[in-house]
Each structure stands twice: as C-alpha cells, then as structure tokens.
Write a protein that binds this ligand. Sequence first.
Ligand code: NAP
Length: 534
Amino acid sequence: MSNQHSKPEQTGPFDAVIVGAGFAGMYMLHRLRGMGLSVRVFEAGSGVGGTWYWNRYPGARCDVESMQYSYQFSEELQQEWVWPERYAPQPEILRYANHVADRFDLRRDIQFGTRVHSATFDEAEDRWVLEVGDGERVTGTHCIMATGCLSSANMPKFAGIDSFQGETYHTGHWPNEGVDFSGKRVAIIGTGSSAIQSIPIIAWQAAHLYVFQRTPIYTIPAHNGPLDPKYQAAVKADYACIRARAKQTFGGLDFKLNMESALVASEEERQREFEKRWAYGGLPFIGAFGDLLYDHAANDLAAEFVRLKIREVVHDPQVAEMLSPSNVIGCKRLCVDTGYWETYNRPNVTLIDVSGEPIEAITSAGVRARGREYAADAIVSATGFDAMTGALLKIDVRQSLKEKWSEGPKTYLGLGIAGFPNLFTITGPGSPSVLTNMLPSIEQHVEWVADCIGYLRYRGFTRIEAQAEAEESWVAHVREIAGTSLRSTCSSWYIGANVPGKPRVFMPYIGGFPAYVQKCDAVAANRYEGFVLA
Ligand code: NAP
C-alpha cells in the first residue's frame, strides 16, 4: 500500500473524470476502466477511503456490521477479506479500502492531493472542463461526482472562535497522526454519532472532559467484539443469499424487520422484542416493530424503553434526565455505541446542556456557556456535516448548481440534474443513500451509471441530460413520500437543519432500496426515460 502523490501519466482528454476516491470513486473507476474507458480520479486526500480517510477520531467505527459493510462486486474480494471485529474500526476499513486499491491496481489513475475547484460544461464539445489543483485544466466527457454524503464538515461560527489559544479539532478532519489527550482538559461540542463514539475514549484519556450537548441522542449498544471465524465462514458460504436478501430490505441491510405493530402487541410481547433487540445491539433495534417510524404512539414506546435504560445506567438522576431524548427515536439517525451512557458516571466528565441557551462564545481559554467559562486545552467539534449537498456545492459547478439548489437540491433519481449534461452524482440527494447500507447503494449507482455510459457509447450518443419535467416529478415524489414518515419531523441533518441558512428539505429518498432500484431499472429499460440523449 502506498499513498503517493505522484501524478498519473495520462493527461487526457478523458472519457470520464471522477471526483473523490472513496468507496464510490474507487468502484466507479474500476468499472469504467473495465469497459475500456480512459478515466482520471481526483482526490483531495493523500490516500483512498473518503469518509474513512478523514474520520480518524478516537473510536471511529462503522455502525453497520462488517460482513455487510463491504463490496460485493467481486466474489474473490469478499471471500478473501477477513474482518476481525463485528463492527469494523476506522483503521480496519481504511486498510480494506487500500487493499481494494492495490488489488484492482486503482492508484495509477488517481491523482491524490488534488482538489477540484470548478467544473464547467463545454457545450460545443459535449464535455466537462475541470479546474483542479494548482490551476490545471482537465477535460472528460462524463463527470461523476463521488464526493460522499457526509464529507463537508459543518463548523458552527461560534463568536470568538479564532481567539482560542489551545488545540482545535473537527471529528471529520482528524489529524493523520492522531491526538493524545492525556492529562488535558477537553471540551467536545455535539452528541451525534461521531461524539458518542469518541466521548468514552477521550474521557478515558483526558484529565477532564466537558460535553456540550444541544440535543440528547438515542443510542443502542453495539455489543462489539471479535468476529468468530466460524460465523465469518458461514456468512461467506452463504454470501450470495445474504446479499440478495439485503437488497430486498428497505435499508439494503440484512436484518429481520418485525412487521407487527407495537400498538397491537401486548406489553409483554413488546418488552420481549425490545429486550431481544437491545441484547443483539445496533441499528436493528428500530426494526422491532413495523410502525415505529410511522406512528407517534408506537415510536414513543420504543423511546421510553431507551430512556429507562439510560436511567438504569446513569447514576446521577439529573444527568440521566439531561441525557434522555424527548424527540422521535430514529428521526435523527440512531447511534450505535460502546459504553456511552456509562461514561457519564466517571468523575472526570461533565455534561453541559446548551439546548435552551446556546454556547455563548469560544474564549482564549475555553468555552463560555450558561454564564460560565469552561477552561480547556483542546476543543473538539463533533458538529457533523453539511450533508448530501455540501461537498457538491463546494465545487463551482457551472451553470451554477448553487443557484439551482438555492431552495433545496433537485435531481432526477439522485443521479442526474437537469441543466447539467453528462454529470452524474453517486448517492446524490433524492436517492436512498444515507438511509441505507451505503456500500450496496454505492454499487447500485456505480453499476447504473456504468451501464448508462456503455449504452450511450454503443449508440453513438455523446450527451445525456435529465429532463426538467422528469426531475420535477421525482422531486415531488421524494417530498411526498418523506411526509409519510416520522423521520421528516425533527431538526436533523437529513433536512439540513444542522447548518444555519440551509434550505429545509428532506434530502434522501425514503421509499426504500427495492422500490428505488426498481425505478432506476425501469428508467434504463425504457431507454433512459426522463433523460434526453443526443
Ligand atoms: P451529527 O449527527 O450532525 O451531530 C452533530 C452534533 O453537533 C449534534 O449533536 C448537534 O446538535 C451538535 N451541534 C451542531 N452545531 C452545534 C452548535 N452550534 N452548538 C451546539 N451543538 C451543535 O454529526 P456526526 O455525529 O458527525 O454524525 C453525522 C452522521 O455521520 C451520522 O448521523 C451518521 O450517519 C454518520 N456517522 C456514522 C458513524 C458510524 O458509522 N458509526 C459514525 C459517525 C458518523 P443538534 O442535534 O442539536 O443539531
């Protein structure tokens, strides 16, 4: 493995240019190159892995089980790779990404350490012109944005932030060399997935940890541990069936969704099901009953079950109360943790509620909130991402994508955008993406785009563009179906609520993976219905 900066030899023009060398960009490259296309990938980081390259914060770990959070396009790859733990830690996922890059000889077509600044469509030549790195211009017939859904850090503009004299970090841009908090006073802002994973570990290291919580979060224990080789062998022997089964589920994840209603079940049945899922751990908890995400009363039964667990674990009743969420469980993404609630029993951890009164300022010495200053040697912002649209809008895509999306993202299937010919987005807004297991969603998009480009080339077309009417009708459908779920009811990053000024639109497609795949397949079968080919 090597994360070299050496530039690939070929200079273009390319058949395709890809932005990002995470799991989407890597597979897109592999697929298109396999079709004989010339391809160049641009990656800002010095290595592959995307989200798993940048998110190196302490405790970073996938909340989807390792055996399912992996590529399935290569039988050899999925058979040879050995996952050591039930939930893979970040270094292991990064090792996997590097293994994939080496195994499929991907690095020779990836330009590392190179940010894409702008992308402009050349109408006369039917191709994209990218301005990258230090002003280099590169052209490609197709431009594929594999920029990730959670890759553009959200950094709230706290007053006085530049005056802080200590160290500052964002979980999504963690230093490669790691950080040692031993003996330090640390302030962490946020209690989302990244925070709940890092808090137990930072608390263990630091002299004192101050946690600034705006909204308490629901989290389910991971019960992580080493993967039994016998279990791993059994999964590998049955991979084809497991993967096929997963594709038939709402989230592209193989676990049992109990379609019964929580309201119809008896108290005893409900407790049994919740306890069973709590003991199993992780995201399947939300599949305990079919109506948890559709009926407030059903949802509250699950929420109260978790609140009781918090009270059982956290010794100080006042702290337990502060940690207990009152919103819809599963509306914000459910977290999966190891020892999160227990951490608040430590004498070196202080929880500060900033829900009613926002953080006042960052001072030279720490964080000021609720009328007092919390002195800190380091501040960790675990404040999340400008999700789904942030990374795309950081690139100056012309005509102006920023203008077009000023009232929220508009796409056709989360794959194409009217007014932006030959541009594809992998797991873009309007596709199931973040509501599903990302790897199968990425693979489905990559394969759809590759097949589409193959079709265009075979028929001699040089241009494809989503029709405005098809886009409008897809956007309306995405919006309508979002309204049927409780998931659209709280101020989550799914609706852009975490970023001040961002339009409030439920961005992912909530109709489920199977329905979405069916639609994409039908569009392709009907000669790319809803797109104009020329
Ligand atoms: P997040 O879920 O958006 O959480 C950000 C946290 O920062 C929230 O608690 C938020 O409070 C708080 N915050 C933001 N601005 C603030 C401000 N001005 N003042 C005080 N608090 C503020 O971000 P994340 O934890 O990085 O996770 C994002 C997503 O990444 C997850 O939902 C998940 O999809 C993915 N992820 C997955 C894993 C995994 O696989 N295990 C791990 C990490 C992340 P509010 O809730 O009040 O906005």
